[in-house]
Design a protein around this ligand. Structure first.
Ligand SMILES: Cc1ncc(COP(=O)(O)O)c(C=O)c1O
Length: 513
């Protein structure tokens, strides 16, 4: 990981790169005056210096990561860290990979999502049920995110031997892990058994036979097929026992002398219809009743993942109501532990990606003014950036994400645009009243499938090679599935904590725990 150690920046700004870089960049000590409406957004000089800047708060080296590099956690807004990081890159002189794309992760954002979880689902009381979060490691196994969530006391949903080993290495007790993959390799089941990981899901008879042979003490959880029609990533095509299979599978488990402790489901990732949780919980109730008829006393209900930031509180409300109806604490739900496997909800917002424009082509920018060529050749400007669908943007293929480019610099990196204080990320562009024209954005590999955005509008007259584009909401199902196809490295993560001092201290304490 390459991290530039800098003092936290004081305020969002618009800046101009003045000189070749050295390692440190001093940012203006005070917030710039507000631009007058007549002048448009203000452009301030960034003064590069070789002297070490005064530090208001020290950056904190957490410890060595797997590659033996220090992991530095900065303070302040992610946008500022992003700007300071790109300001430290001299694109004319840097070594190979010096201008690579990179993520900025604001750990405070993950922390705040956990607070949201705790508020809506984390506390028992009243009619509310406690739903314990088991973070879905597959979504983003970032070492600092995992470390913080482990210190916060979350459980973990692991899909493989490697994920189990990663979580155990954090000092998490095996009882805080659910091996939530219904189709497991025999050797992985043996590894789970040897590691003391007992909770694991199944949805077919062969899996029961494997568990009998390799982990007879397993605490098995029957994964149910539920309606996933309201989700962006449907999982029902691959996993989940059909309602008519519930009884035969439980009968088989009984014959094999296996301990089935409960049921799980997953309404699909990126669920847009909260009501599907109610439907799934009704199915879970039926499965509990069948289990009881066969002599099982289920005490675990796993409501899976599917949570999204925008609809989270609504979903939590639907779940609480359905739990009250189908699993009342003072009735049929007495003694039942409820867990969930959220992934996306925890990390989506926390990660932003900065990509560098490494190449550009097009009739206008290449100066071709020929109607015949225009009719045949690519009609719009094509930008080539240094991460693509074989890297972080695999999310556009595997996770059906629609990614959103936000202009970070103009004029080949000279002009830095400020972070928007509203959700309107491109507000600064409009303030500058730049002419927008259609373009496409492509990844760096030699494959033509490597198209990140097929068509969008950008200020193509000012957005040049060397400029930077940032991509918000890139924390879920991005880094974890990135390849190094064509020899392009995965984008690395730079960390910050943007929170009031007390919260920042708490997060640093969690990371150091
Ligand atoms: C078994 C299981 N649990 C949890 C998750 C996490 O889902 P989400 O990120 O939608 O919360 C997934 C995602 O694929 C999954 O397969």
């Amino acid at each position: 990981m390459s991290v530039v150690e800098l003092a936290p920046a004081p305020a969002p700004f618009v800046g101009r790169f003045d000189a070749p870089s050295s390692l440190y960049v001093d940012l203006p000590p005070t917030a710039p005056p507000s631009p007058s409406p007549r002048d448009g957004p203000m452009i301030l000089p960034i003064v590069r210096t070789t002297s070490e800047p005064a530090r208001r708060r020290p950056t904190v080296v957490v410890e060595d990561d797997a590659a033996g590099e220090p992991m530095v956690v900065h303070a302040g807004p992610g946008h500022e860290l992003m700007v300071r990081t790109i300001a430290a890159v001299d694109q004319d002189e840097c070594e190979a990979h010096g201008e690579n794309a990179f993520f900025v992760c604001d750990l405070a954002e993950v922390y705040r999502q956990n607070e949201r979880w705790e508020r809506a689902l984390g506390r028992p009381g009243g009619h509310g049920r406690r739903v314990e979060a088991f973070f879905a490691v597959k979504c983003n196994p970032d070492p600092l995110v995992l470390r913080m969530l482990a210190a916060l006391g979350l459980g973990f949903d692991c899909a493989s031997q490697a994920e189990i080993s990663t979580v155990l290495a954090l000092g998490v007790a095996p009882s805080r892990i659910i091996y939530a993959n219904p189709c497991k390799a025999a050797s992985f089941i043996r590894h789970a058994a040897a590691s003391g990981v007992d909770m694991m899901t199944f949805d077919n008879a062969d899996e029961l036979a494997k568990c009998r042979k390799h982990h007879p003490r397993a605490k098995l959880v029957l994964r149910l097929l539920t309606d996933d029609s309201g989700s962006v990533c449907r999982l029902g095509a691959k996993f989940g026992a059909h309602p008519s299979m519930v009884r035969p599978l439980l009968v088989r488990a009984r014959e094999l002398g296996l301990d089935v402790v409960g049921v799980s489901f997953h309404v699909g990732s990126g669920c847009t219809n909260p009501e599907l949780f109610a439907d799934a919980l009704e199915r879970a109730r039926r499965a509990f009743d069948i289990g009881a008829e066969l002599g099982y006393r289920f005490d675990l209900l796993d409501v899976g993942g599917g949570f999204q930031g925008e609809t989270f509180e609504t979903m939590a409300g639907v779940i609480q109501l359905a739990l009250e109806r189908y699993f009342p604490v003072d009735g049929a739900g007495a003694g039942v532990r409820v867990i969930a496997e959220p992934g996306r909800f925890y990390v989506t917002e926390a990660f932003e990606l900065a990509t560098n424009i490494i190449a550009r082509r097009g009739l206008a920018v290449d100066g071709i003014d020929d109607a015949d060529v225009a009719a045949e050749d690519k009609p719009i400007t094509m930008y080539y950036i240094n991460d693509g669908v074989y890297g972080a943007f695999n999310c556009t293929m595997f996770d059906h994400q629609v990614v959103r480019p936000v202009v970070l610099t103009l004029d080949g990196g000279d002009v830095i645009l400020p972070a928007s204080s509203t959700s309107d990320e491109n507000a600064a562009l409009r303030e500058l009243a730049l002419e927008m024209s259609p373009c496409s954005i492509w990844g760096p590999t030699c494959d033509s499938i490597d198209c990140v955005v097929a068509r969008t509008d950008m200020p193509t007259g000012r957005l040049e090679v060397g400029d930077w584009i940032r991509w918000p909401q890139m924390g879920a199902y991005t880094i974890c599935a990135a390849s190094q196809f064509n020899g392009f490295r995965r984008s690395l993560v730079h960390y910050t904590i943007h929170a009031p001092a007390a919260v920042e201290e708490r997060i640093r304490a969690l990371l150091a725990a």
